[in-house]
Design a protein around this ligand. Structure first.
Ligand code: TXA
Ligand code: MG
Length: 343
């Protein structure tokens, strides 16, 4: 697969590749996406195959700013128009009732569709070049199912570089936001009100300020979004969260037990090997998080210990991703301290 710098010729080649049914990875302001023509079921199926993703998981359709919403969705509530006006282009995905002409494949068979207009200039240029700006590009994050999302073109290369499934990657530099878009479900306003399916940089409060109604937390019994599965966004090395107060003692105990620790922290602390310090503010932490998890995954450590960020409003998206990254590793620190290290 080719990695191409952003220029007019690369955008044109990428748009033609998408039109021919090929997969193209492209940058967005949140994470890199693995794109296909949303109206070509075979191309959409190729995304699922490349990612190793279950067929019943819907993908987000990315639209140019000028694309008419009512081609993709029906029964569009005024709240959707208001949110699009307020936040698009930007890191917000809206779930709406799917228009009858839109293929099943993008929605995993559901009667809804996820729509988003991304803010990255390369994504916008691609969406405007593809089918004359009238098409939709179905794109999940450009990673294998359940793994950490890519925030650099080279991360996409690491995920798909050798398998031939992706025709090209457009390189647009590091993704500014760094975690996936906020997802708000507006498809069942009458019965459920607005529902926040996935927290992100655009907060529930910011949405409420536009539509005069606070989105509810999702119903735990109905995980409609793969990004809302309990285990997701995970590196191969186990991840554990640790409060600041006990972080250094835990590192020392693990070292004492002969364990190798990779540390991601945000507060000041004495230098240890394999430590990365991230900015102590939500936007900066989110921006750097996935690259940090990937870097620490390459350290051959027994565990990636992450200093638990504060709870509360603007940290919601980061805490959600960290909780899911750590989900499969419950009890890992205890286990490492209480079993013999391999020598
Ligand atoms: O920031 C993002 O949203 C990135 C970039 C590439 O745009 N995309 C992304 O896609 O994170 P993906 O597929 O990795 O996650 C999209 C989430 C999934 O959890 C999916 O289940 C959910 O959106 N989703 C998409 N369409 C949906 C629908 N109709 N109903 C419910 N959930 C939906
Ligand atoms: Mg994903």
């Amino acid at each position: 697969m080719d990695t191409q710098q952003f220029d007019a010729a690369a955008i044109d080649a990428a748009a033609r590749a998408l039109e021919s049914g090929a997969l193209v990875a492209f940058p967005t302001e949140t994470v890199y996406g693995l794109g296909a023509d949303a109206e070509n079921p075979a191309a959409v199926a190729a995304i699922y195959a490349a990612k190793g993703r279950p067929q019943d998981h819907p993908v987000i359709v990315h639209l140019a700013p000028e694309a008419p919403l009512d081609y993709w969705a029906c029964d569009i509530p005024p709240q959707a128009q208001a949110l699009a006006a307020a936040f698009w282009p930007g890191p917000l995905t809206m779930i709406l009732k799917r228009a009858p002409n839109i293929p099943d494949a993008v929605s995993g068979g559901q009667d809804t569709v996820g729509l988003r207009c991304p803010a990255h200039p390369v994504a916008l240029a691609l969406l405007r070049a593809f089918k004359g700006g009238k098409g939709g590009v179905a794109a999940p994050s450009a990673n294998k199912f359940g793994h950490v999302s890519p925030t650099l073109a080279e991360h996409v290369q690491q995920e798909f570089g050798s398998d031939g499934s992706v025709a090209m990657v457009l390189d647009g530099g590091p993704s500014q936001v760094g975690i996936e878009s906020t997802i708000v479900d507006l498809s069942r306003l009458d019965t459920h009100g607005p529902v926040l399916l996935r927290p992100g940089q655009i907060s529930a409060e910011a949405i409420a300020a536009v539509i005069d109604q606070m989105p509810a937390a999702p119903d735990a019994a109905a995980p409609r979004a793969s990004g809302t599965l309990e285990s997701h966004y995970a590196p191969h090395t186990p991840v554990a969260m640790q409060e600041r107060a006990t972080l250094l003692d835990t590192v020392a105990a693990l070292h004492g037990a002969g364990r190798k620790v990779a540390l991601i922290h945000m507060s000041d602390m004495p230098a240890t090997h394999a430590a990365l310090r991230l900015p102590a503010a939500p936007d900066g932490f989110a921006h750097a998080l996935y690259a940090a998890l990937r870097a620490m995954d390459g350290q051959g450590a027994d565990v990636i210990l992450v200093e638990a960020p504060p709870q509360g409003g603007d940290w919601l998206g980061v805490n959600d991703r960290l909780r899911r990254a750590a989900h499969g590793s419950t009890g890992i620190v205890h286990g490492l301290l209480n079993s013999q290290a391999k020598v």
